[in-house]
Design a protein around this ligand. Sequence first.
Ligand SMILES: [Zn+2]
Length: 245
Amino acid sequence: MKKICIIAVLAAVALYFGIATAGKGSVRSIESISDKTVSRIKATVILDAGHGGEDSGAVSDDGTFEKDLNLYVSEDIAAYFELFGISYIPVRTSDISVCDMGLQTVRERKRSDINNRYALINSTPDAVLLSIHQNMFSDAKYSGAQVFYAADIPTSKALAEQIQSTVCGMLQPENTRKIKPCGDSVYLLYRAKTTSVMVECGFLSNEKELSMLKTPEYRSQIGYCIYKGLLSYLITEGTGNGAKS
Ligand SMILES: [Zn+2]
């Protein structure tokens, strides 16, 4: 019953955005995407809710954990994938680390966690990595979603552009942030062998954006925009193969 309610809400968000953007032309309405089109998509999305378990990620002044918002947004995206038949594998579906059992130190567990995420991506044929995170900065004035991409995989930039432009076009018209290549501080993207992006959904250090991210309604909207940008990319490319040898 709960799941039916969630899907009904998500469908309403999709319908709202579909109607709201129907006249713009730059963003295709969800109603125009047929089952046949979706069935041509070969990629499997690795849906990576960043951090988890003892790794909280960023923590806002009011004690909100990044890991929780990452999971909630990922759950909304997963619901859209299920609703519209996109193949995906979630890295985690609860508040856990994905490290091996029995490791003694935090350092060992962190390394194991990232290695296991990396192994999952590499063991999945035709994978596309969608990693969900939140931003944080010392100056509270900054806000807005930003997409980072794996610099060595050309298709990653195209995916990042689709998601950034969809989020800005449908939800954040004032957002002037540009997509950026990832450096070696982001292991999964820096070492990626397939199409990979990381979406920083918003800033926990910005009071207004944090308060929006804490509402299910806003999370389902940004989740829908991320899903929609990804779908536009997949319809064009059909595959996650970034062709890195
Ligand atoms: Zn993070």
